[in-house]
Design a binder for this molecule. Structure first.
Ligand code: ADP
Ligand code: MG
Length: 730
């Protein structure tokens, strides 16, 4: 009998020779010699654009100024020349639809003139706007399919780049994706809007401390976690191939309990993949810097140096795409799913977020000069206050089917949003909050307190790994983001939250100043009241504990364990005000976004249910029945020769097989009923509810029975690659 499992294992065995990896040219040289060579960056623009066009593009990047058609033509021309020198034949508008992945439609530079001559051209209008066939991207009903137009529009603030796939090279132009009416249908436009809103809101606050500040940009450094498995084993697991996670599989006897994988040595094949990935990333200007093993077996992390948020988001999207492609060159598969394996850690994507000024200051860095401490305190406390106010919206921004397996399950971090700030800052805020009246003396005392802080960057970083939102010395780290997610979702919320909070803060301070209160006293007075009001969101203990769940409920913090529940807030007045006041999404866009998220959830769960049903029927049960027959035959045969006392084990095993087979039958039946009911539901919210609360528990019940069978069915019959093989054999 030829099982795909054993074929796959054999294929992998044959790979065990050192894997032939050809590194790109320049690998051995220093990174600086090829970093960004495939990016139409400042240097390339200077070289390939007329000076006036170059300056216009710079102004467009810095202050969002519109470009004229003439300039667009010149830029297109420069880009074309640059990319052709590097071997590009095609160009593509690259965008980030609400699927969470990236999309691109390639067009050739080649075209025919009206008299039939072949020319190569790339015009300003082709650079600025394209109309990909948008009908198959989710729009939440904003476009009905008969008028399925979606437009991609050039975003000059993120540089164009060259994507190399096999031998083909394509000039990729980062774009936003909108409807005919200009409504956002992607993650990028809301992010860009949130960025400019935060800029507008934060500049006046920063100017209270330094008149030279005229621009504030949010910064993001993501930490991407992922699993790596062998390509052949991946292909022999239809659940992995279809859903990105294992729907079945008994945890191996040895998993992460020894904690020997974390910071252990990286296996050679994976190491070769990482180096290759790094080279490809560096060519694209993605400043990846850190690589290491993660907690679970076969789990790793890659992280860059932080960048301006828009570019950081593009770079993460690009990296996820690169990872999958580069891995396949190494006959490996990268799993970006939040929970590919039961029983061991899942993957997240910590988003390190801060704000920087045009004067080069990190607004969340305490700094050494006592004079700047009030500025730090201002931005620090306002961040906490914004999370307190908008925790539910932040929670919604990280809600999706994959992340439900982390948040809300027994895993880091929990679904309850709270903020960790460390001992030193907790004490300091307490003392400030206790103060009576913020006169000059008290301001001085508060500033002195901050000056005496220990070095936060060294002292506080990563003390508490259980918190979903932690201050790590000079930035906040949002740890609840899912590994497969587009960071733009939660980052747009983060920027908008902070912007709204800063607008309110400034208004409060101004009110006091108008009453002739000294500026510093006014600031401290408002901060004090913010500290008191937002105390409930701060938590320093173990976020996994049951006590915290109870405590959080007492504090009025919400605990939305599942996606459909967590998304409900998007239908509320709070969310409508939040998105419209910040200008990040209008009402139509918000409704559409909510619908797309719910729909995506339902689709994922339906696919998982159907995949499970098929795998159990066509792979698991035939193996179970075969072994069951063998046991029954053996029992008969033993009895026939009078060996009744030798059938104890067989009978026990048979009973266990039968019990599980019955449970599977019942589970499949109930799962089917739930699916039928879900598909008849009157709206997508009701459908999501049934899938979440009726279908999912059945999937788990089926899994439990199958995983128990995996422990006793003849290993030679078992059709699915086992965890120990997927996770430990290299
Ligand atoms: P860890 O969280 O593992 O301790 P680091 O402290 O090195 O790691 O930082 C993690 C990420 O935070 C990196 O991508 C780093 O560039 C980023 N980071 C550092 N400073 C900032 C900042 N001011 N804004 C945004 N991200 C930052
Ligand atoms: Mg971290």
């Amino acid at each position: 009998m030829s099982l795909s499992r054993f074929n796959a294992l054999q294929t992998m065995e044959n790979r065990m020779e050192p894997f032939p990896v050809e590194f790109a040219e320049g690998q051995a040289e220093n990174i600086a010699s090829y970093f960004g060579e495939n990016v139409f960056n400042d240097e390339a623009m200077k070289k390939h654009l007329p000076e006036a066009a170059y300056l216009s593009v710079k102004a467009a990047i810095q202050s969002g100024q519109k470009l004229t058609r003439e300039v667009a033509d010149e830029v297109a021309n420069g880009m074309k020349k640059w990319s052709e020198e590097k071997g590009c034949t095609h160009f593509a508008h690259w965008f980030q639809p609400l699927t969470g992945k990236t999309a691109e439609k390639h067009d050739s530079f080649f075209t025919l003139t009206h008299d039939g001559r072949v020319i190569e051209e790339f015009t300003g209008s082709a650079l600025v706007q394209q109309e990909p066939d948008g009908s198959s991207f989710p729009s939440g009903g904003m476009r009905s399919t008969f008028e399925a137009r979606g437009y991609t529009v050039w975003d000059p603030s993120s540089p164009a780049f060259i994507m190399e796939v096999a031998d083909g090279k394509t000039l990729c132009i980062p774009t936003i994706f909108v409807t005919y009416g200009g409504e956002a249908q992607d993650f990028k436009l809301p992010l860009l809007r949130s960025q400019s809103f935060l800029d507008k809101a934060a500049v006046p606050v920063a100017q209270m401390f330094d008149a030279n500040v005229n621009k504030i940009t949010a910064t993001l450094g993501w930490e991407q976690e992922y699993f790596v498995v062998d390509d052949a084993l991946f292909n022999a697991r239809p659940d992995l191939a279809m859903t990105g996670r294992t729907l079945l599989g008994r945890p191996a006897a040895k998993h992460q309990q020894l904690e020997d994988h974390y910071f252990g040595s990286i296996p050679e094949r994976v190491y070769a993949f990482m180096r290759d990935l790094e080279t490809e990333s560096h060519k694209l200007g993605i400043p990846v810097r850190t690589r290491h093993n993660e907690v679970a077996p076969s789990q790793y992390e890659v992280a860059p140096v932080f960048e301006e948020i828009n570019v950081a988001v593009d770079h993460n999207q690009l990296l996820m795409d690169l990872m999958e492609r580069v891995a396949r060159r190494h006959k490996l598969r990268v799993l970006l799913h939040e929970k590919p394996f039961a029983g061991i850690n899942g993957s997240g994507k910590h988003n390190n977020w801060s704000m920087g000024t045009n004067t080069g200051i990190n607004l969340l860095s305490p700094g050494k000069n006592p004079g700047t401490n009030l500025r730090f305190l201002t931005f620090f406390v306002n961040t906490i206050a914004s999370v307190h106010k908008y925790a539910d919206i932040l929670r919604a921004s990280i809600a999706h089917a994959g992340n439900d397996h982390r948040l809300g399950a027994n895993e880091a971090p929990p679904a309850i949003i709270s903020v960790f700030i460390g001992d030193a800052m907790t004490k300091l805020l307490d003392q400030i909050a206790k103060g009576k009246n913020a006169d000059g003396k008290e301001v001085k005392r508060a500033l002195d307190l901050i000056s005496k802080l220990p070095n936060l960057e060294l002292d506080n970083t990563d003390r508490n790994r259980t918190s979903p939102f932690a201050f790590t010395g000079n930035k906040f780290e949002i740890r609840a983001v899912g590994s497969s997610q587009n960071c733009a979702g939660p980052m747009a919320v983060m920027n908008a939250m902070m912007g709204l909070q800063l607008v309110e803060f400034k208004a409060e301070v101004d009110k006091l100043v108008a009453k002739k209160v000294n500026r510093e006293e006014a600031i401290l007075t408002v901060l004090k009241s913010l500290i008191r009001k937002s105390k409930a969101i701060c938590f320093e203990g173990n976020n996994y504990s049951d006590e915290w769940r109870e405590e959080a409920a007492k504090r009025g913090l919400n605990n939305f364990a599942t996606t459909p529940e967590a998304l409900d807030v998007l239908g509320s007045k709070l969310a409508q005000d939040f998105y419209s006041k910040s200008g990040v999404m209008n009402k139509v866009e918000l409704e559409a976004f909510h619908a797309v998220q719910l729909h995506g959830y339902c689709t994922k769960l339906s696919i998982e249910s159907k995949a499970l049903d098929e795998i159990v029927h066509s792979m698991v049960m035939p193996a179970v029945i075969r072994y069951q027959t063998e046991l029954a035959d053996n029992i008969d045969a033993m009895k026939e020769i009078g060996m009744d006392d030798a059938i104890g084990y067989q009978k026990d095993a048979l009973k266990r097989v039968v019990k599980n087979a019955n449970a599977i039958r019942e589970g499949l039946d109930k799962l089917q009923k739930a699916l039928d009911k879900a598909h008849e539901s009157e709206n997508v919210r009701a459908e999501a509810d049934i899938l979440c609360h009726k279908a999912k528990p059945q999937m788990e019940a089926i899994r439990e029975a199958v995983d128990d069978l995996e422990a006793i069915i003849d290993d030679q019959y078992w059709p699915l690659v086992k965890y120990r093989e997927l996770l430990f054999v290299r």
